[in-house]
Ligand binder design. Structure first.
Ligand code: C2E
Ligand code: CA
Ligand code: CA
Length: 449
């Protein structure tokens, strides 16, 4: 078979206008509407056979475009298509749904169970990854695949639903770091239902003040004094039950609503600080979490400026926490954001340091004020020797770079003592206090005066 479908068509008679409009201009594949028609027809004729729908997305494809330009990106997509159609006798049709999202439908050979077919595709993905990583010099490139299978029992499924099931499995696969090839199963629909339920309630929850800001004290290691607090959002439903951030933040990040929730939290925190100052009471700097989604819009700097204008509080009273992964998502944008926050006079920390890809090289490039060591290093009650080594090295490195070090997730006296021993300047964790409602935090501050 030829290298790509485009070359294949070049050798033949020129295509008619009608044929051209049925094909994707870049890859020469059938357009998605045509794909659906062909799939629909095959489902009608399925008999005792099975059809697999393989939906694949190229993770980190955008880095290829960003780094080497669109021409190289286009070449990669064509290469991928050539791989997909080569030596595939059972192929019904394949198409580019959009950008770097591809779908292929095959009659499934009887030699495979569904699970074996998944393993087979997984193997192919791994081989392709190795090949493409080498060719395109991108070590992070990864294929994420979701598979749905139609058999005689599910033949009533229409083509679009079958593809959307495969796409759903693909999304689940994309969120997993390791297993990037997954078979659709109906329990995934439950997750979607919950996501719709949560996201549809957010606007009303904001209007009804169902979101509340809790504060978790930060303690200076040397003096054991309260020197700051982190604002952490809680969602209390009208029936009184709580939804915790880990259960809803990832969902509202996908829908983009996290921006509104963050702004709500920021406003509450600014108001809290302003009210304490106006009443002549003591207050400590409050740090606010910044979702990665802000990087897409960058209105955040204007919004914070508006809050400073409205509440007239000193800029040193507010700090921002950006997770380590934000910096890796889009380093240039993140750098712009950090600089913007510094211009506003606020300090910035790198949150969850050590939880993901290590960003040691980023530290020298980014003007970060504080490193927040992730709580994974303190996961065991008794400190592990290896975690001890990492903690002391990070603290030492931070010191040399004139960056303040903070360790989160401190739950025991032993951990706290160790942090003191290695010179970690700030501590935060259940050992000192859980995140508490504003009123309780005010009492905490009043006592600690
Ligand atoms: P994070 O920013 O890493 O926040 C620290 C989390 O660790 C909090 O969970 C806190 O309650 C928990 N924690 C604190 N001390 C300890 C400890 O000693 N042991 C253990 N096991 N856990 C401890 P929480 O409040 O459930 O928040 C989870 C995550 O949700 C946060 O992780 C943050 O990424 C996100 N989040 C929370 N509030 C906001 C917000 O207002 N905006 C955004 N964008 N994200 C938020
Ligand atoms: Ca945080
Ligand atoms: Ca953290």
């Amino acid at each position: 078979m030829k290298d790509s479908l485009i070359e294949q068509t070049n050798d033949q008679e020129p295509l008619t206008t009608e044929q051209l409009t049925m094909r994707d201009f870049l890859t020469g594949l059938d357009r998605y509407e045509v794909f659906l028609e062909k799939l629909e027809k095959s489902i009608e004729e399925i008999g005792d056979r099975r059809i697999s729908i393989v939906y694949t997305d190229i993770k980190y494809f955008k880095y290829i475009n960003d780094t080497y330009g669109y021409q190289v990106g286009d070449a990669l997509l064509k290469d991928f298509v050539a791989e997909m159609v080569t030596n595939n006798e059972n192929l019904i049709c394949c198409s580019r749904v959009y950008s770097d999202n591809f779908v292929a439908a095959n009659f499934l050979s009887n030699e495979f169970t569904n699970e074996e077919f998944r393993d087979f595709i997984h193997e192919i993905n791994l081989e392709r990854e190795a090949k493409f990583r080498e060719k395109y010099l991108n070590s992070r490139l990864q294929f994420c695949t979701g598979i749905s299978i139609i058999d005689k029992n599910s033949r009533s499924l229409d083509a679009e639903t079958a593809v959307s099931n495969a796409n759903l499995a693909r999304k689940v696969a994309k969120e997993m770091d390791e297993d990037c090839c997954i078979l659709f199963d109906s329990s995934m629909m439950e997750g979607i239902k919950r996501e719709v339920e949560i996201t549809s309630r957010v606007p009303r929850a904001i209007a009804n003040h169902e979101f509340m800001v809790y504060y978790q004290p930060k303690i200076e290691t040397e003096t054991l004094r309260l020197i700051g607090a982190e604002a952490l959002v809680r969602w209390q439903k009208p029936d009184g039950s709580f939804i915790y951030p880990d259960q809803f933040i990832p969902l509202i990040e996908r829908s983009g609503q996290v921006v509104d929730v963050d702004y709500y939290v920021y406003r509450e925190a600014f108001k809290f600080v302003a009210d304490r100052l106006a009443a002549g009471k003591n207050i400590v700097p409050i740090s606010l979490n910044v979702s990665r989604i802000h990087l897409n819009k960058m209105h955040i700097l204007e919004y914070i400026q508006e809050l400073f204008d409205e509440f007239q509080i000193p800029s040193g009273m507010i700090e921002f926490e950006l997770t380590e992964s934000i910096y890796l998502d889009n380093t240039e944008r993140a750098l712009e954001l950090v600089k913007g926050l510094h211009k506003l006079g606020t300090r910035v920390s790198m949150d969850d340091f050590g939880s993901g890809y290590s960003s040691l090289n980023l530290l020298s490039r980014l003007p970060i004020d504080i490193i927040k060591l992730d709580k994974v290093f303190l996961k065991e009650n008794a400190l592990q020797e290896s975690d001890k080594i990492i903690i002391s090295c990070v603290v030492d490195m931070a010191k040399r770079l004139s960056i303040t070090s903070l360790c989160e997730g401190v739950e025991t006296l032993e951990q706290s003592d160790y942090l003191k021993e290695v010179g970690c300047q700030i501590q935060q964790g259940f050992y000192f206090s859980r995140p508490i409602p504003q009123k309780e935090f005010e009492e905490f501050m009043d006592q600690k005066k």
